[in-house]
Design a protein around this ligand. Structure first.
Ligand SMILES: Nc1ncnc2c1ncn2[C@@H]1O[C@H](COP(=O)(O)OP(=O)(O)OP(=O)(O)O)[C@@H](O)[C@H]1O
Ligand SMILES: [Mg+2]
Length: 235
C-alpha cells in the first residue's frame, strides 16, 4: 500500500476579534491509497476544519501536508485550487446543486471550470450519472428529484474529474436512514473500484461502513482504529 496523504502536526488557529481559537492543535494522520475512512467526533471537534485542509479549501496555520508525495503545505491560493481540481472530489451535506440547472448541467459544472470541451463534458457527465445510477433523470431540475437522488448527483459531479480522493462532509446528514445506506453503498462501490474515501459523520451507523475510524476531540486525534466488523452493503 502507498500513502496518498500525510498530515504532520497540523494546527489551525482562527483569528477572532478579541482572541484566537485553536480548532486543530497538532494532528498527525496518514492515509493510504484505497482506504475508506470515517472521521468522527463531537460537534466542534474540528472535523470540517480538517476536511477543508485535506481538501485544499484552506491552509493550515502550522504543520506539514504531503498529498500524493508532494508538499502542498505552502501553496498559494491558485496553486491550491489547481491541486484541488486534480486530486479531490467533494460531497457536502447540503448537496449545493444549482437550482436553475438540470442534473446534467450540474454535473458538468466543474468540468467547465477545468476547461474541458463541451462534447467531452457531456460524455463524462453522462458516464458519471450512469455510475451513480440516475442517468435517466438527467433532464430534471434539482427540485424534481429526491434527497437521495440529489446526493447521487453531487457524487456524480465529484467524480467527473476522476479524483484520487473523495471527501464527504456529513453526506447523509440530510437523508433518512434507508437512503443513507444507499449512499454509503455507493461510496463503498467507488472505494472498491480504487477511490480513497474520507467521510465525516457523527452517526455511528455511518461510521460502521468504513474500514477505519478516526476520532477527533477538541482539535486533537482521540483514536484511530481499524473497523474489523465493517458493515458491507456491496458485494
Ligand atoms: N471561521 C471560523 N472562525 C472561528 N472559529 C471557527 C471558524 N470555523 C470553525 N471554527 C471553530 O472551530 C471549531 C471546529 O469547527 P468545525 O466546523 O471544524 O467542527 P466540526 O467538528 O465539523 O463540528 P460539526 O459536527 O458541528 O460540523 C468550532 O469550535 C468552531 O466554532
Ligand atoms: Mg462539521
Amino acid at each position: 500500500m502507498s500513502i496518498i496523504l500525510e498530515l504532520q502536526g497540523i494546527r489551525k488557529t482562527y483569528q477572532l476579534a478579541e482572541e484566537e481559537f485553536h480548532a486543530l492543535k497538532g494532528v498527525d494522520l496518514s492515509i493510504e491509497r484505497g482506504e475508506m475512512v470515517a472521521l468522527m467526533g463531537p460537534s466542534g471537534s474540528g472535523k470540517t476544519t480538517l476536511m477543508q485542509i485535506i481538501g485544499l479549501l484552506d491552509a493550515p496555520s502550522d504543520g506539514a501536508y504531503q498529498l500524493r508525495g508532494r508538499d502542498v503545505t505552502t501553496l498559494n491560493e491558485n496553486e491550491r485550487a489547481r491541486a484541488r481540481n486534480l486530486d479531490i472530489g467533494f460531497v457536502f451535506q447540503a448537496f449545493y446543486l444549482l437550482t436553475r440547472q438540470n442534473v446534467l448541467e450540474n454535473v458538468e459544472t466543474p468540468m467547465i471550470y477545468a476547461g474541458i470541451p463541451p462534447k467531452e463534458r457531456r460524455e463524462r457527465a453522462m458516464w458519471a450519472l450512469e455510475r451513480v445510477g440516475i442517468a435517466e433523470k438527467w433532464r430534471n431540475l434539482p427540485s424534481q428529484i429526491s434527497g437521495g437522488q440529489k446526493q447521487r448527483v453531487a457524487v456524480a459531479r465529484a467524480l467527473t474529474l476522476e479524483p484520487a480522493i473523495l471527501l464527504a462532509d456529513e453526506p447523509t446528514g440530510n437523508l433518512d436512514s434507508r437512503t443513507s445506506i444507499e449512499i454509503m453503498s455507493l461510496f463503498q462501490a467507488l472505494n472498491n473500484e480504487g477511490s480513497t474515501v474520507i467521510i465525516v459523520t457523527h452517526e455511528p451507523e455511518i461510521g460502521e461502513h468504513c474500514e477505519r475510524i478516526v476520532r477527533l476531540r477538541d482539535g486533537l486525534l482521540e483514536s484511530d482504529m481499524q473497523n474489523h466488523d465493517r458493515r458491507r452493503v456491496v458485494a
